[in-house]
Design a protein around this ligand. Structure first.
Ligand SMILES: [Zn+2]
Ligand SMILES: [Zn+2]
Length: 290
């Protein structure tokens, strides 16, 4: 009997959450699989420490050969890194740490690492932007064979953080000598706290049109799907469970349903306990919007 052509299954949305690498990077994939992630974000080392000992060969093998591999795994850099720090020790460490993390990401085969551009610490946005560009040039020049890209994350604008305006991300990409190695990560809670009102479908698409115009949607590497505890324009970075914060469900529905984002990974960074129960709930809410 001739075999009938099979209808391909509907493309699963690239959806998941940030997962802990405690116990080794392969453990993150196992955790992600246990809650049905098709996309997983990880730190490439303990994010509260500047440097880590090298991956053991066994750890890398366990990660590469994991049977729990989602469609995409990418990384997030340590929160300690500040590429425009005014303190010279932090500044040097930040550059060295970013380089080391990009090398670790290449060992794991991650396509990109999400990076908070930096905080100018009172030096001013222009000085901060210039130092970030200089630092990215320095780090990327030191890794001529590096494959992992840097995805600059749009921030909430808390304190002196840079990147709460699309125009600031555009300046970094524009001035960097390696624009092909840069992309962007958008976080719904950061956009909202930074003053980009995405609380209705129309407003969401207006904001996205602005992103398209100032940065370009081809730069978009990932979405962070978080609701916001903090108000519109508050510049406070506080993640909340989907549908429980100040944003409402509208932008999440648009992001989940739009064909434009079907191949863009979408991950949660919402609070959770070790049993990942909250992830199950939040992922369920997001899938129900499809
Ligand atoms: Zn982030
Ligand atoms: Zn955040």
């Amino acid at each position: 009997m001739p075999s009938l052509p099979k209808t391909p299954p509907p493309l699963a949305p690239l959806l998941g959450a940030h997962m802990s690498i405690s116990g080794g990077p392969a453990k993150a994939l196992e955790r992600g699989h246990s809650v049905g992630c098709t996309a997983v974000q990880i730190f490439v080392k303990n994010n509260m420490q500047w440097f880590a000992k090298d991956f053991a060969t066994a750890e890398l093998e366990a990660f590469a050969n994991s049977s729990y591999r989602p469609a995409i795994v990418f990384g997030h850099t340590s929160y300690l890194i500040n590429l425009c720090a005014t303190d010279p020790v932090t500044f040097e460490r930040s550059r060295a740490a970013l380089k080391a993390e990009l090398e670790r990401a290449d060992q794991l085969g991650l396509p990109f690492l999400v990076l908070h551009p930096g905080a100018h610490m009172g030096a001013g946005i222009d000085t901060g932007l210039a130092r970030i560009v200089e630092s990215l040039d320095f780090v990327l020049a030191s890794l001529p064979k590096g494959r992992c890209k840097v995805a600059l994350e749009a921030t909430a604008g808390q304190g002196s953080t840079i990147g709460s305006k699309f125009a600031e991300l555009a300046v970094i990409i524009d001035r960097c000598r390696y624009p092909k190695r840069l992309s962007v990560c958008l976080d719904t809670s950061h956009l909202f706290a930074a003053g980009y009102d995405i609380s209705t479908p129309k407003k969401f698409w207006n904001v996205f049109a602005q992103f398209e115009k100032e940065v370009g949607s081809t730069r978009l590497a990932a979405w962070h799907l978080n609701d916001s505890k903090a108000a519109l324009g508050s510049r406070v970075d506080r993640h909340e469970h989907i549908g429980k914060g100040k944003i409402g469900l509208a932008p999440f529905r648009e992001i989940m349903r739009s064909e434009q984002f079907s191949q863009i990974p979408k991950v949660l960074e919402t609070p959770k306990g070790e049993d990942l129960a909250e992830d199950r709930v939040n992922l369920g809410v997001l899938r129900s919007l499809l």
